[in-house]
Design a protein around this ligand. Structure first.
Ligand code: PD2
Ligand code: ZN
Length: 280
């Protein structure tokens, strides 16, 4: 019978690291018991570590996501903004995804690409454990961030996005424009932050994404929502809006999505991430 009742600092650090990598506490506790730890001690220690480190574990996130329809989903089949009429092409409820056409004019798409071409740098990802930004092999595109209202074009678009989504401009992160060349992709990910890494002083959780297509792609480059069985083909001026957080602080794991590799041509998109509160 295992009777070890003391844990070295090294072992504690290893447990924290392993929890962060997504291994469930139960699996780790079972492993400790197999190594000769007292079962009760192993389980209580794991419980304590999870609590004190605020580690998000698969056991903690078991409540089913409660779907709430965002305001954009109550506007019917056409969204009227002060300068455009935008058509809704398709709608998925769970996860919530809207496909929109004519969000940007051809000239606006071309202007955004022209402005961005000279400023591209390698894109980063939000680390699913630390919540910090870093470069990663799963995201091979290049991109540029604009600050809110940075120039007259961005200001006009920000205002339009506010009217489309009904979220104030201040809830939006600066627009990001991305460029993917042949073979480049953004592997499956969530846009929301790990729930224990949300900065409530700076806008809080990301709740929705407006992803705008700036050009037609010859082949590949679709945005794929594998849990919904949806694949969005990039079309110049169109957009997809997806919503993945509710007023109870839950996030929707069904919203996992990716940009599959461009097979021919190149792909330009703009991403508008929306937070639950004003950021600035
Ligand atoms: O470029 C895309 O299609 C894409 C897909 C998934 C962009 C993002 N996510 C993103 O910017 O978050
Ligand atoms: Zn994304």
């Amino acid at each position: 019978m295992g009777t070890i009742k003391q844990m070295s600092n090294e072992l504690r650090d290893w447990i924290i690291e392993t929890l962060h990598s997504g291994v469930s506490p139960v699996v780790i506790a079972d492993g400790l018991v197999k190594k000769g730890f007292n079962p009760r001690y192993a389980y209580e220690s794991l419980f304590q570590i999870v609590g004190s480190e605020a580690i998000q574990t698969s056991e903690v996130e078991t409540a089913p996501y409660y779907y709430e329809t965002p305001e954009i989903g109550r506007k019917g089949n056409t969204i009227y903004t002060s300068d455009r009429e935008i058509n809704i092409l398709s709608r998925v409820e769970k996860p919530f995804i809207l496909h929109l056409d004519h969000v940007l004019s051809d000239e606006e798409c071309e202007q955004l690409i022209r402005l961005s071409s000279a400023r591209l740098t390698p894109s980063k990802v939000v680390d699913s454990v630390t919540g910090e930004e870093r470069q990663a092999p799963g995201r091979t595109s290049k991109g540029v961030y604009y600050s809110l209202m940075e120039n007259p074009l961005i200001a006009r678009l920000e205002k339009r996005f506010e009217e489309i989504t009904s979220y104030p401009i201040e809830n939006g992160e600066g627009l990001q424009v991305l460029n993917y060349l042949v073979g480049e992709e953004y592997k499956a990910h969530f846009d929301y932050f790990p729930t224990n890494k949300v900065d409530h002083q700076k806008g809080g959780q990301r709740i929705g994404t407006l992803l705008l297509y700036l050009n037609d792609v010859e082949e590949g480059g679709e945005t794929v929502f594998p849990k919904a069985g949806v694949s969005v083909v990039p079309k110049k001026g169109s957009a997809v809006y997806f919503h993945y957080a509710n007023s109870m602080g839950q996030v929707d794991r069904m919203s996992v999505h990716s940009s599959i590799p461009v097979a021919k041509g190149e792909k330009w998109v703009a991403t508008k991430w929306i937070r639950e509160k004003g950021i600035y």
